[in-house]
Design a protein around this ligand. Structure first.
Ligand code: FES
Length: 108
């Protein structure tokens, strides 16, 4: 499997998460305030909630339901009630294309 086009870089708004599904794998794609693009699993590990509906705060994405904030770098929740991490995907930028391989997660 190779990286697939997830979205256009120019479509991403800073500090806003976008839900993308590649090969049935839901992920939240975030352009942070430093201009870096991240992709983490879109399903909160505490409940069946889409993290991309939550709030970007620095390098975290906070679940709107009960407030667990997940690191965009490691996928780990930084506070309860969630305690299991979400996967983190490798992102490549090619011109205006955001490329992600949904089968490859980052070792963190
Ligand atoms: S469902 Fe996300 S913190 Fe509870």
């Amino acid at each position: 499997m190779t990286a697939q086009r997830a979205c256009a870089l120019s479509e991403l708004e800073q500090d806003t998460a976008v839900r993308v599904v590649l090969d049935g794998v839901p992920m939240a794609v975030v352009l942070d305030s430093a201009g870096e693009v991240h992709a983490i699993g879109d399903v909160c590990t505490h409940g069946d909630i889409s993290l991309s509906e939550g709030f970007v705060e620095g390098e975290t994405l906070e679940c709107w339901a009960h407030g667990s904030a997940f690191s965009l770098r490691t996928g780990k929740p930084l506070n309860l009630p969630a305690y299991e991490p979400v996967p983190v995907y490798v992102v490549e930028i090619d011109g205006d294309d955001v490329l992600i391989d949904p089968t490859v997660t980052k070792e963190v």
